[in-house]
Design a protein around this ligand. Structure first.
Ligand SMILES: [Zn+2]
Length: 428
């Protein structure tokens, strides 16, 4: 294949026999393999006796900006061995897989275009002149090779992310709420680089169990710690699948719960005092974000302002008490020393008990329920910050994935995008 035309076409092991223009910027290219003797797949005897040469059409990359209609003059050979039961066989090559309608280089190009640039499958398919399912199959095949089994980790982070907006679907039985979630599994070991290990549809205990069951025994045995948000289904799934692992609850989710508690009390106080929701004219409503800011991040002036507002706008001191409980929880969650943790925990429980409100009691109860797992997170200093980082990538992929009806496609797409754009071992 050292003739100029074959060299330029660049399909390894093939020679170009003929190029004909068949339309505006469309050329028909006829090719055949350079090799002229082939081993019988049954007996291994080599043959160069051609029985017939059927022409098969294969899709290929555009060449020099022109669409290519590729025809392969494929050899069907006669087996020379008398004792072999196979009368004939066809030649094979890795450049065009057996029975494939696409060259391997086109398949790779399609997959890389979809996964690497975050383009929609339909858009890439149109650009290469192939059907949607052809482009999609190329991605699926490539993704399987790009995504090796997850590397072992000591700390596994599990978190949920909404896969799609809530939709209402009209079905024969009536309207059904579609609210799909995805669970992400992340290497949360802070000494390592952080890798998205996998995704599973749903956010139940069984989805955690199913994903873990698909991993190797060594992978499961290597996990010492699992970081989650305070989710009972996740905890249940982990206890079943990884009875030896310790569960740690990420403090970020607990701070969020405390902030929600402050907001609930502020809203309730407004309803009880004014018989309506908070409005701009209420100083406490105008400063609602300040209430949720970490106390140690407020300036002296801001703290003085907050005290002034509470003195004026919170006569029953319910909002002030809620703020105090939230701050004590934040201080507790910042501790790593067991002695100081015990002290801070006592102060938090004491403040919640004194506040005597349903909202603060509920927060204290949640902390008490999850306390063993929270203590693990504080003393081991693990968080799910990594998972949060990957959730951002997932959301970005989701924006182009509006056509993903099928959750399998969606997961593959996210994993493939991460595999292509992020060399393994690079953190979020
Ligand atoms: Zn044979």
């Amino acid at each position: 294949m050292d003739d100029p035309m074959s060299l330029l076409f660049g399909l390894d092991g093939f020679r170009v026999i003929e190029v004909v223009r068949v339309g505006n910027r469309v050329v028909q290219v006829l090719i055949e393999t350079v090799e002229n003797s082939w081993a019988c797949p049954d007996c291994g005897a080599r043959s160069s006796r051609v029985k017939d040469r059927p022409k098969v059409q294969v899709k290929d990359l555009p060449a020099s900006g022109q669409q290519v209609l590729l025809w392969w003059r494929k050899r069907r050979l006669v087996c020379p061995a008398v004792e072999c039961c196979r009368a004939s066989f066809t030649e094979t090559t890795t450049v065009i897989a057996p029975r494939a309608r696409l060259t391997t280089r086109l398949r790779n190009e399609l997959a890389a275009a979809i996964a690497g640039s975050n383009r929609a499958v339909a858009e890439v398919a149109a650009a290469f002149g192939v059907a949607w399912h052809t482009a999609h199959t190329a991605l699926v095949t490539a993704a399987a090779a790009w995504l090796p089994a997850p590397p072992p980790t000591r700390v596994l982070g599990i978190d949920e992310t909404r896969a799609r907006r809530v939709r209402w679907l009209l079905e024969p039985a009536g309207w059904r709420r579609s609210d799909p979630w995805l669970t992400s599994f992340v290497d949360a070991d802070t000494t390592g680089p952080g890798v998205l290990l996998g995704l599973a549809p749903g956010r139940s205990g069984s989805c955690v169990q199913t994903w873990l069951a698909q991993q190797s025994l060594a992978f499961r045995a290597g996990i010492e710690l699992v970081v989650i948000d305070p989710s009972a289904p996740y905890a249940c799934g982990i206890r079943t699948a990884l009875p030896h692992a310790r569960i740690a609850v990420d403090h970020w989710h607990l701070v969020r719960l405390a902030n929600e508690m402050v907001t609930q009390i502020r809203q309730r106080v407004a309803r009880e005092r004014h018989g309506r929701r908070g409005v701009k004219a209420d100083p406490i409503w105008a400063h609602r974000h300040m209430l949720l800011t970490a106390g140690d991040r407020l300036s002296v002036r801001q703290l003085a302002r907050l005290r002034q507002i509470l003195a004026h706008d919170d006569p029953t001191n319910e909002i002030g008490a809620a703020w105090g409980c939230k701050e004590l929880l934040r201080q507790l969650l910042a501790e790593t020393d067991p002695q100081r943790i015990r002290h801070r925990l006592w102060r938090f429980y004491d403040a919640c008990a004194r506040a005597e409100m349903d909202e603060t009691t509920r927060l204290a109860t949640t902390i008490e329920t999850w306390w063993p797992a929270i203590a693990v997170a504080l003393t081991e200093q693990v968080t799910n910050a990594r998972t949060e980082g990957f959730n951002r990538i997932i959301k970005q992929v989701k924006r182009v994935g509006c056509g993903f009806r099928n959750m399998d496609n969606y997961q593959r797409r996210i994993m493939a995008h991460i595999a292509v754009t992020r060399p393994r071992g690079q953190a979020a």
